[in-house]
Design a protein around this ligand. Structure first.
Ligand code: AKG
Length: 254
């Protein structure tokens, strides 16, 4: 397995790995690559629905998206198809289902059908975002919590999250789910939230992936946000996502 870093702060492309058949020691290398680079890109894979679910289970118990929990078959697979720009919910900087008490740790996204033009996805490092802030603001944020709401779920999480594998601190607020800071009003929260999401999506801490069919990207929601660009009109785009159930987020004191 060869790891080709994509930027200084985030992302690596992995070469010479078949995700459907990777052995135990390769899987350990994949995990440590993920902890280091936060987002891993695998081109030309042969994953099917079942082998993608099986890959997810190697990371841990699967998470079921709250909008799918009543689906009889394969509720752990989220199908993301182009239903038009006005209906897209992923063209916003977010960390998957952060409104859950135990939000997904790892997401695995497989491209089945991609538009000829556009449809890229962006990811931004929330380690680098936190490190870019002044020491004064980092100290203000460390004891704070924020409230995340969607899909009839509400969860309160630390604003600064300590990663259980790396021990690094990451900013953990996003534009998709975070509504306000605990013990503050929405109006009071909005300017600081906007500032943090802007700092957390700065282009110098981001990477962008141009999809081809059979690409697989694995990312760690505990330290990245992502954004799916809808710039492909009505063209077909069919993506399949499997997520792994995470832990209750730890604050920076751990
Ligand atoms: O469709 C994509 O590229 C990303 C989808 C997404 O944002 C998500 O799965 O949360």
């Amino acid at each position: 397995m060869r790891i080709e870093p994509l930027t200084v702060n985030i992302g690596a492309q992995i070469h010479d790995v078949d995700l459907a058949t990777a052995d135990a020691s390769t899987f350990i290398d994949i995990q440590s690559g993920l902890w280091q680079h936060q987002v891993l890109v695998f081109r030309g894979q042969s994953l099917t629905r079942d082998s993608q679910l099986a890959l997810g289970r190697r990371f841990g118990e699967l998470h079921v998206h709250p909008a799918l929990s009543d689906r009889d078959e394969h509720p752990e697979e989220l199908i993301i198809k182009n239903r038009g720009k006005s209906k897209t919910v992923t063209e916003v900087w977010h960390s998957d289902v952060s409104c859950d008490d135990r939000p997904p740790s790892i997401s695995i996204l497989r491209a089945v059908d991609v538009p000829e033009l556009g449809g890229d996805t962006l990811w931004a490092s929330q380690y680098a975002a936190f490190e870019s802030l002044s020491e004064g603001l980092r100290n203000v944020l460390r004891p704070m919590n924020a409230v995340h709401i969607n899909y009839q779920l509400t969860a309160t999480h630390p604003v600064v999250r300590k990663h259980p594998e790396t021990g690094r601190e990451a900013l953990y607020v996003n534009a998709g789910f975070t509504q306000y800071f605990e013990n503050m009003t929405r109006e009071e929260s909005r300017p600081l939230l906007n500032y943090l999401v802007a700092a957390g999506s700065s282009s110098d801490i981001s990477m962008r992936h141009r999809w081809q069919a059979n690409d697989v990207v694995i990312w760690d929601n505990r330290c990245v946000m992502h954004f799916a660009v809808h710039d492909y009109g009505d063209a077909a785009r069919d993506m399949r996502r499997v997520t792994v159930r995470g832990e209750v987020p730890l604050g920076s004191k751990g």
